[in-house]
Design a protein around this ligand. Structure first.
Ligand SMILES: Cc1cc2nc3c(=O)[nH]c(=O)nc-3n(C[C@H](O)[C@H](O)[C@H](O)COP(=O)(O)OP(=O)(O)OC[C@H]3O[C@@H](n4cnc5c(N)ncnc54)[C@H](O)[C@@H]3O)c2cc1C
Length: 504
């Protein structure tokens, strides 16, 4: 068989790599990664995403070359490089994982498919996790997911068959500066690479997951208590199936420890079970984008289209983006996210709820501010969650988060707020969640001039929540809303117990 070109996208690993393993069985493999101009300059892309890819590529290329293989790195357009390599290598098969990406990658894949047809190249795209292409019905989806996750993992390719003849130059891995990507320094942003991902998985399964079900709610404990694997899953440095299988093995190990009288904390197995179900949520939400590629722009449920049309307020959006809304828990979460690239699920949900309900801004605008900030940005999860928290899907329990309550519940001592909104440090803990409610005399006695330190709330919370509820009930009262919701559930709804649906 001729040369097999393996085009790497969000699958920067060797372990459990289905496309690579299948290609290597067919013939000599050449790997290709392209830094695509269109993606580098896309508004969803941040320098930290590129840095993660760069870290991952350095490790991957070393491993690839240690196996006698050739991994090409290029900058430009995928089609342009495929064309050049086709002339040089004359490959007949192109391999890549099935990608469920944003509109840009969707359109680029259409261009690549057209190019393949014109050149007589066969493009083979094996699945990489639980998302099913051309899914006809959601019925049975969950068991299909479990079945895929329990299939044997792809064998690691030990030797990448050496090639003869004249070979293309490998191409240097560029720097951020060479890619003309401006970097904002981030605190503790995760490094990329397969080794870093596997280390996170180990430390989570063997130590950090003990109490993770409880730890995940607060931004203070979630940093360590959540797996923090999302970025590795998003860029494919660790396979979701590998994570699912290692988790199952760990559960069995702990069960065995308990059976022989070992001291297994009571929270551990439930925490791992809850982690297992979150792994399936990953694909459940990505499946929505796979089935509705226009959901970055359009509501899954058309009954909610244009619910806040005409409300675009640049001042509010900028205050939200900078973390200067006068709501300390919102501002602390936003500033933490900007600085580190990560915040826990609860605070992400609160940010979207606040932006769309309190501030009455379009979910598309709020989602676009957040997308480049998440180091783990995964379009299918992101847009599904943004729509869900904005309550425009119409099949979930609606939750309008109170930032003040979240601060009291998740940061009772004010540690998180004081860390990320340091100007509030002198405010007594009791008043940190809503500092402008503190008695002026008390603040004066402490020498705190609050108005000089921190903005007043950009909207009145009670009036804002009342208005949001009215907007939502107006839509729900329309005659066709229920029919739309039924159709959305049929196409996109989880068939699992309502308990899970309500929480997420
Ligand atoms: C508005 C909003 C936007 C989000 N955007 C993203 C995103 O771009 N990328 C992303 O990976 N997650 C996203 N999430 C889901 C969730 O917040 C993150 O997956 C989680 O915080 C990542 O941390 P972790 O890896 O420690 O997760 P853990 O809690 O350890 O979970 C393990 C894995 O399960 C998956 N997962 C966990 N929670 C969810 C969920 N609610 N929905 C779907 N998959 C889940 C992720 O792959 C995660 O890595 C978003 C949530 C909200 C509310």
């Amino acid at each position: 068989m001729g040369i097999q070109l393996v085009w790497l996208k969000r699958d920067l690993r060797l372990d459990d790599h289905r496309a690579l393993a299948k290609a290597a069985r067919q013939g000599p493999v050449v790997g290709l990664f392209v830094f695509e101009e269109g993606l580098l300059r896309h508004p969803d892309t941040d320098a930290s995403h590129i840095q993660f890819v760069l870290d991952s590529l350095v490790e991957l290329r070393a491993k690839w070359e240690a196996r006698g293989g050739l991994l090409l790195v290029r900058t430009g357009s995928a089609v342009e490089h495929l064309e050049r390599l086709h002339r040089q290598l004359g490959f007949a098969d192109l391999w890549s994982h099935q990608e469920t990406g944003n509109r840009w990658t969707f359109d680029r894949d259409l261009r690549v498919a057209r190019w393949c047809r014109e050149r007589g190249v066969t493009w083979r795209e094996p699945w990489q996790h639980g998302v099913v292409r051309r899914l006809r019905t959601r019925d049975g989806w969950a068991s299909q997911w479990s079945q895929r996750m329990s299939l044997p993992t792809a064998p690691e390719v030990e030797g990448l068959q050496p090639l003869g003849g004249s070979l293309p130059e490998p191409g240097r891995i560029p720097t951020l500066a060479e890619l003309q990507v401006l970097a904002t320094p981030r605190v503790g942003a995760q490094p990329g690479g397969e080794t870093a991902g596997q280390a996170l998985l180990d430390s989570f399964l063997h130590q950090r997951s003990v109490n993770s079900r409880a730890d995940m709610a607060s931004p203070l404990t979630a940093w360590e208590g959540c797996s923090r694997l999302s970025t590795h899953i998003a860029f494919g440095t660790v396979s979701l199936r590998r994570i699912a299988q290692r988790t199952q093995e760990r559960i069995e190990e702990l069960r065995e420890d308990a059976r022989v009288g070992g001291a297994v904390p009571a929270t551990w197995l439930p925490s791992l079970a809850s982690f297992q179900s979150r792994l399936s949520w990953h694909c459940h939400f990505m499946q929505r984008l796979e089935d509705a590629p226009d959901m970055e722009e359009h509501e899954l449920n058309p009954a909610y289209a244009g619910m806040v049309e005409g409300h675009e307020d640049r001042t509010l959006l900028e205050a939200f983006a900078r973390g200067e809304t006068g709501y300390p828990m919102v501002d602390a979460s936003m500033r933490c996210l900007r600085a580190t690239g990560w915040i826990n699920f609860r605070m992400r949900a609160m940010l979207v709820s606040f932006g769309t309900h309190h501030l009455a801004q379009r979910w598309q605008d709020i989602g676009r501010i957040l997308a480049p900030l998440f180091l783990d940005y995964e379009p299918g999860i992101h847009w599904s969650q943004v729509q869900m928290q904005a309550a425009v899907v119409g099949i979930n329990t609606i939750r309008i988060y109170s930032p003040e309550k979240q601060a009291r519940d998740q940061d009772p001592e004010g540690l998180f707020i004081r860390r990320w909104v340091p100007e509030l440090a002198p405010v007594p803990t009791e008043f940190l969640p809503a500092p402008h409610q503190a008695p002026p005399l008390l603040l004066a006695s402490l020498g705190v001039d609050l108005d000089a330190l921190y903005p007043r709330p950009v909207v009145d919370p009670r009036a804002a929540v009342r208005a949001a509820r009215e907007r939502l009930s107006t839509v729900r009262a329309r005659v066709n809303t229920r029919d739309h919701a039924r159709r959305v559930f049929q196409k996109h709804g989880s068939r699992r117990a309502a308990r899970g649906r309500a929480r997420r």
